[in-house]
Design a protein around this ligand. Structure first.
Ligand SMILES: *Cc1c(COP(=O)(O)O)cnc(C)c1O
Length: 371
């Protein structure tokens, strides 16, 4: 029995060619040409003026939040159902994360959730598009405009996805993506900050590079980070980006094959929403939420694991993270939708390298468990 990991990346021949070029020419640090080429190609792809490549998506978030220049104690609204990178970027910049719940079907927070948490201290909204469908941007942008709030858009899972035919990653005052191997474009580890604002772009490049200034080397007005992306990473990213249309098609296909074969399970599991008026699901991951509470999710996951099928649980909500409780955040807060999906949700193998046969094996195994 061969194993089917939760993620198998798909790398192409162009990657080898570009990586060889780095090695042949000796350009392996962030100084090589591929970095600026990748920044231009990627920002162009998502219709942004500027792209600032960094070493991972978490670093991108940290710089993006810093670049907005908010004051200590300012509040930023974020979904409780997200990866810790989002909340960490806020806390590490001395800002206060204010949580909101999410929609039970799309897993995204809505303008209604956000509006209830706006206070005089609110300065920004961090929008996190989750698992396959984008957040409803028009309403969130209206809300932000009405209250004078900035938008930080986390499009890590949404490379190639659109909202009303406009690319995800193009909606925030500042947006970010990740190039981790389970994302639609990978550089191994990597990320990018995206913006149309030349000042924000300049600041991000400054924070990424230890706050060096060009006219006086080794003299620093502020503390930054070394979050630079290497030429090797960018070479890989550029090669992947050349195949993005094919990758997006493959993602849609993976989702469709799963949905066709798991249709008969729809009383037991909530399957992903295939389409909404503003987007088709891109199935960054193929998510399942257990509806039938007489079944034990642990047993299902163990059964799949015994059959060498990898799964991942859903995000664990930020208000239930010991690290934030210890810091005094979110005590006695409850977000029922996030709590439910965190406890009853998991996702199936969803990587771009997945074959049709593997998907069928996963579906058959899951169906067999319930027979
Ligand atoms: C993957 C991911 C990140 C973090 O990216 P890394 O490159 O792994 O640091 C941030 N936000 C979301 C929503 C993600 O899915």
């Amino acid at each position: 029995m061969t194993s089917i990991p939760v993620n198998t990346p798909l790398l192409n021949l162009k990657s080898k060619e570009y990586l060889n070029q780095c090695i042949d020419e000796g350009w392996i640090s962030s100084e090589g040409d591929f970095v600026s080429k990748f920044e231009r190609s990627f920002s162009n792809y998502v219709d942004r003026k500027f792209g600032i490549a960094v070493m991972n998506g978490t670093a991108a978030l940290e710089i993006a939040v810093r670049a907005l220049g908010l004051k200590p104690g300012d509040e930023v609204i974020i979904p409780t159902f997200c990866i810790i990178s989002c909340a960490a970027a806020i806390v590490r910049n001395d800002l206060v994360p204010i949580l909101v719940d999410c929609d039970p079907l799309t897993f995204n927070s809505t303008a209604d959730h956000i509006e209830q948490k706006i206070s005089p201290k609110t300065k920004a909204i961090m929008v996190v598009h989750t698992y396959g469908l984008p957040a409803e941007m028009d309403e969130i942008i209206n809300l932000a405009n009405n209250h004078g709030l900035k938008i930080i858009e986390d499009a890590a899972e949404m490379i190639g996805q659109t909202y009303k035919n406009k690319k995800c990653g193009s909606f925030g005052d500042i947006s970010i993506v990740s190039f981790y191997p389970n994302k639609m474009v990978t550089t191994g580890e990597g990320g990018m900050i995206l913006t149309d604002d030349p000042k924000l772009s300049e600041k991000c490049a400054y924070y990424r590079n230890l706050c060096f200034v060009s006219d006086r080397r080794f003299y620093h007005e502020e503390l930054g980070w070394n979050f630079r992306m290497s030429n090797l990473q960018a070479a890989l990213g550029l090669a992947q980006l050349e195949h993005i249309d094919e990758y997006i098609k493959k993602k849609h296909l993976i989702g469709k094959i799963y949905s066709d074969h798991l249709h008969e399970m729809r009383d037991i599991f909530q399957l992903p929403v295939p389409t909404t008026p503003y987007a088709n699901n891109i199935y960054w991951v193929y998510s399942l939420v257990l509806k039938d509470k007489s079944k034990a999710i642990k047993k299902i996951i163990n059964y799949l694991s015994e059959h060498k099928i990898g799964t991942r649980p859903f995000f664990w909500p930020m208000h239930e993270q010991p690290v934030f409780r210890k810091l005094g955040y979110f005590n006695n807060e409850n977000y029922p939708v996030s709590e439910n999906i965190a406890r009853n949700g998991f996702y199936l193998p969803s990587g771009l390298g997945l074959t049709e046969d593997e998907i069928l094996t996963v579906c058959e195994t899951l169906i067999k468990y319930f027979k």
